[in-house]
Design a protein around this ligand. Structure first.
Ligand code: UDP
Length: 193
């Protein structure tokens, strides 16, 4: 979040309070999940019959309506504007911000040997006087992104849990270690800075 703020992508993040808590701005959540994909996987592969791991001709953005009872169905811009979940201007903002974040994260993970296959983001409306800004209001983690080792294509994300592949914690720690978030893995716990 700090890195995104530093490149001019607004987020809800203010500061880290401790290992488990962050201070964030109070925003009105836009009821959409914005998914960005670089490589075919998951529901895109199932829905369109494209083999997992196939690079996409360009980054693809999809919108899902945040409604647990309905299983977060995929929706088109037509639904979003007709049902007033977001305005056309906000959709433009979501797409531009998501592509910018994708470029940044793709490079950041690529530099440590991780392929950013896809990820999900949520956004909120930040009211500042008469102004409303669209800001990222979510986490970015292996729980909401597909991260594959560049060399081996080994999954380093939540699919390890969802597909019963084992070594979930080890994979998450390895992502953190490569990013320099966890300095080293010592017996009995991680050393974190
Ligand atoms: N995703 C998420 N929360 C959701 C649905 C999807 O964080 O409620 C993430 C998922 O981890 C993946 C990307 O969005 O990185 C695309 O997910 P997909 O549509 O393939 O759905 P899946 O088959 O993973 O449920």
């Amino acid at each position: 979040m700090q890195n995104l703020n530093a490149i001019g992508v607004p987020t809800h993040y203010i500061k880290t309070l401790n290992m488990r808590e962050q201070l964030v701005r109070d925003v009105e959540i836009i009821p959409l999940e914005v998914v960005c994909r670089n490589v075919a996987a998951g529901s895109l592969s199932t829905r369109l019959g494209i083999e997992e791991g196939t690079p996409l001709p360009r980054s693809i953005i999809e919108f899902y309506y945040k409604k647990d009872e309905l299983g977060d169905p995929m929706v088109a811009e037509e639904h979003i504007t007709a049902f007033n979940w977001a305005s056309t201007q906000e959709i433009d903002d979501l797409m531009a911000l998501t592509l910018r974040i994708n470029d940044y994260l793709f490079g950041m993970f690529g530099a440590v040997g991780i392929k950013l296959v896809d990820f999900k983001l949520e956004f909120g409306r930040l009211y500042e006087g008469d102004m409303v800004r669209t800001v990222v209001a979510d986490e970015i983690s292996p729980d909401s992104a597909r991260l594959w080792d560049v060399q081996t294509n080994e999954k380093m994300d939540k699919d390890r849990f969802r597909r019963d592949l084992g070594n979930v914690t080890e994979a998450y720690v390895e992502v953190a270690r490569r990013l320099g978030i966890v300095k080293q893995q010592a017996a009995g716990g991680e050393s974190v800075h």
